[in-house]
Ligand binder design. Structure first.
Ligand SMILES: [Zn+2]
Length: 123
């Protein structure tokens, strides 16, 4: 499942596990890496973000907003990132993630459990 978040904390950090290497630890939302700018337009795709391994080994997993192998946790990571780093309200962030999942990955759907979505709405 690569490098993925497993738990989120109020201070903007998350517990992250790298399954294949059995590395784990804390990564903060401001450590998420932006995608490389488009070579022609220079635009950075906000629907792809890199999550670095917490132990500093240098490995990075690139997660599409739909969540790939771990939709609930990756989608929650995007919501929390948009709120903490982009200044969105929780409702705006949740709606944007849902919209971008539908646009970029029609095979995926919103996968954050309702009890966790309720917590996100209070960020
Ligand atoms: Zn590592």
């Amino acid at each position: 499942m690569s490098i993925h978040p497993t738990e989120f904390y109020e201070d903007g950090s998350m517990y992250v596990v790298y399954d294949e290497q059995q590395h784990e630890g804390i990564v903060t939302l401001d450590q998420l890496l932006p995608a490389a700018p488009d070579l022609i337009t220079g635009i950075i795709d906000p629907t792809i973000k890199g999550l670095p391994c917490p132990d500093g080994c240098g490995d990075i997993s690139w997660h599409p907003i739909g969540g790939g192998a771990d939709p609930p946790n990756v989608q929650e990571m995007y919501v929390r990132n948009f709120v903490a780093r982009e200044g969105m309200t929780p409702i705006e962030a949740i709606e944007l993630v849902k919209k971008e999942i539908a646009r970029t990955d029609p095979g995926s759907r919103w996968a954050v459990p309702s009890e966790r979505e309720a917590v996100l709405r209070t960020l």
